[in-house]
Design a protein around this ligand. Structure first.
Ligand SMILES: [Zn+2]
Length: 249
């Protein structure tokens, strides 16, 4: 692993106790949405900005540590996963130097950056004894509010390396699509599967803006070819095949 350069940020506080001996249970991945790593570093260390992450990985693979892992960095904001709302306390945050959704287009993350990320994940997961599946995108924990690391992030490659979650393609069931405005019997089980998986979504049988945001966020991570918030047959099949099965493993 490349040596990590330490540039400490003033933007952190103490982790809240979440009732476990080791409060750190997750790793959250972000992109910086900035054209330049130096600018991102400056922002993540600016006391006025009140944002930070534990690590930042430049496009060429050089990693920076900004906050001690024992401390709580400020990267998740308003967030939710499996009942936990203080994801900053429960996670280590990693920022990827990346342009973001410029003009709606998304570019692949450079190989050197992905390799550095995997080396860092291996190190963190090993030292903290984390479940390697507990690696999420910012969008997963803040649907409708955050879209990073975006649909160009290669979750499949990460999963192949042993980290995070990816859904292999499943046979598509013959079910009608559900979209904003849909009501009733077919909506509730879909919401229940998503909620059981970890997303914050009401199980009220109403496909409203919140359900649409969660479907969109699910697609961004697990079905990036079409991210439109419509639970088409393929999206529903993935949710049923995986979200339910994940609970039993
Ligand atoms: Zn983010």
């Amino acid at each position: 692993m490349n040596s990590i350069i330490q540039i400490l940020s003033p933007n952190f506080d103490a982790r809240a106790s979440v009732g476990q001996p080791n409060a750190i249970s997750h790793i959250i991945l972000h992109y910086t949405d900035m054209s330049d790593c130096d600018a991102a570093l400056a922002r993540l260390c600016d006391p006025q900005a009140k944002v930070s992450a534990h690590y930042l990985i430049r496009r060429d693979g050089q990693s920076f540590q900004l906050v001690d892992e024992a401390d709580r960095a400020w990267h998740a904001g308003v967030s939710y996963w499996r009942g936990q709302t203080d994801m900053n306390s429960a996670s280590i945050g990693i920022e990827l130097d990346y342009d973001g959704h410029v003009g709606g287009a998304v570019a692949a993350f450079p190989e050197a950056q992905m390799e550095a990320l995997m080396a860092l994940l291996k190190d963190i997961v090993g030292r903290h004894g984390l479940d390697p599946r507990n690696i999420l995108g910012h969008s997963d924990i803040a649907p409708g509010r955050k879209i990073d690391p975006g649909e160009a992030f290669d979750w499949a490659a990460l999963h192949q390396a042993g980290f995070g979650i990816w859904l292999e393609s499943v046979a598509t069931e013959d079910v009608p699509p559900l979209a904003e405005g849909s009501l009733g019997k077919a909506v509730t089980p879909l919401q229940k599967a998503l909620a059981a998986f970890g997303y914050e979504v009401a199980t009220d049988g109403v496909f409203g803006p919140q359900t649409k945001a969660v479907i969109t966020t699910f697609q961004r991570h697990f079905r990036p070819a079409k991210v439109d918030g419509v639970a088409d047959a393929q999206t529903q099949s993935l949710i049923y095949a995986y979200c339910r099965a994940a609970l039993k493993s």
